[in-house]
Write a protein that binds this ligand. Structure first.
Ligand code: ADP
Ligand code: MG
Length: 398
């Protein structure tokens, strides 16, 4: 689960990390009022969407020369102008995809005079199984280019969970950022507090870019992206309130209500599979047969009729789907129960595209009989290869 920049900053501030003052705003008037509560003379009006690259982004509805999703303003009128240009419009950035994201809220924050922009992130390093710092002196809006062209400028080191964050980790951050004296002390303290935030919220990532040095020698977080590990969500009921469902893909959101692991993809064949490994294999074999999967969908081990129906509805609500391949292994679930679930679901949703079903496992013969006797145009397949060939042939013939 991801949250907005202003929420991430409020969270970091709770853990003592220095961030500029600011207020979220849902309307132009609220944005102007927010600026009124800040000391000035410089304000920054920032589009709040779950995507980075806002500064260099472009609004679909505005001329190409118009500014992006991060605007400096010096007066209430400039705040008003920036807010009215952004709210309701669609911001396209390198991270949104070409369809962009509608800007429904803004963050009006203190403008600071920046001397230097750094990059600091915390994430789970899967190779070491530890929380790792990723630090670079080359922060700002081009970190992707730095990672690509000059990876040696990015320093990474992990924290042993047995010791937790130690003073030497703080010193390593300061050193990687080339800081000495008071700024080095600030960096050590800040790194420890960001680490506390990470652990305290069961974060999956905290990305601070830029971490700025101001003209008056202060280290400050000017942009933060925070995502949480949803497996730990039950431990953080308060954080769930930060969820903004309007930022999520509508189909993925629907799937999450039924506890289905669903990811929308670009192809034509909708897949319904149980188990992530089997789902990956199913996607691979569709590609091997010359077509592309429209989604990844894992209905899980104990798929009920209700879950199967929800999964069917989600797959069919995607207009790109030209055929469905169901590939279920009856382990915990018996194949006859699954077959009944598929039939019930197919009847309820008025199946309009070819459906190929491959069942394997406990009570598979009984399951196949039930499908064959259903009177529905379901094509049965014997194994995964057969299933992929059949769905591709059915879609091409349709
Ligand atoms: P994004 O990464 O989505 O483009 P940022 O919040 O990083 O958005 O803003 C882009 C750039 O705008 C920053 O690299 C920084 O130079 C400038 N900026 C952002 N916030 C402030 C601020 N509070 N004061 C001054 N400049 C800012
Ligand atoms: Mg940024």
């Amino acid at each position: 689960m991801n949250i907005h920049e202003y929420q991430a900053k409020e969270l970091l501030a709770k853990f003592g990390v220095p961030v500029p003052a600011g207020y979220a705003a849902l309307s132009v008037d609220e944005a102007v009022a927010a600026a009124g509560k800040l000391p000035g003379p410089l304000y920054v009006v920032k589009a709040q969407i779950h995507a980075g690259g806002r500064g260099k982004g472009k609004f679909k509805e505005l001329p190409a020369e118009a500014k992006g999703g991060v605007r400096l303003a010096r007066t209430a009128d400039e705040v008003r102008a920036a807010a009215s240009e952004m709210l309701g419009n669609t911001l396209v950035t390198v991270q949104t995809g070409e369809q962009g994201k509608q800007v429904n809220r803004l963050y009006v924050t203190d403008g600071v005079d920046i001397a230097k922009e750094f990059y600091l992130a915390l994430l789970v390093d899967r190779a070491t199984g530890r929380v790792a710092f990723v630090v670079s002196t080359e922060g700002g809006m081009d970190i992707e280019t730095v990672a690509h062209d000059t990876p040696e400028k990015i320093h990474t080191f992990s924290v042993d969970p047995a010791t937790g964050f130690m003073p030497h980790h703080g010193r390593a951050v300061a050193k990687a950022l080339g800081l000495t004296g008071d700024l080095a002390k600030q960096a050590q303290s800040l790194a420890g507090k960001v680490y506390d935030t990470f652990l305290g919220t069961d974060a999956a990532q905290i990305e601070i870019n830029p971490l700025a040095v101001t003209d008056d020698g202060k280290l400050m977080v000017l942009d933060a992206k925070v995502g949480f590990d949803s497996n730990a969500a039950f431990r953080h009921k308060d954080l769930l309130a930060l969820r903004d469902e309007t930022e999520e893909d509508p189909m993925e959101l629907e799937a999450s209500k039924y506890d289905l692991a669903y990811i929308k993809l670009d192809g034509d064949i909708g897949c319904m599979v149980n188990g992530a490994g089997l789902a990956m294999a199913t996607m691979d074999i569709i590609k091997l047969n010359g077509m592309f999967p429209a989604n990844f969908l894992d209905v899980g081990g104990g798929a009920s009729t209700e879950k199967v129906t929800a999964a069917f509805k989600i797959i069919l609500s995607d207009p790109a789907v030209k055929g469905i391949l169901v590939n279920i292994f009856g382990g915990i679930m018996r194949c006859d129960i699954i077959a009944e679930g598929i039939i019930a679901a197919a009847k309820e949703v008025n199946l309009s595209v070819p459906l190929v079903v491959r069942l394997e496992g406990t009570n598979v013969e009984k399951g196949k009989e039930i499908l064959a006797g259903s009177g529905l145009p379901i094509v049965a397949a014997n194994d995964l290869g057969d299933a992929a060939k059949k769905i591709v042939a059915e879609v091409k013939a349709a």
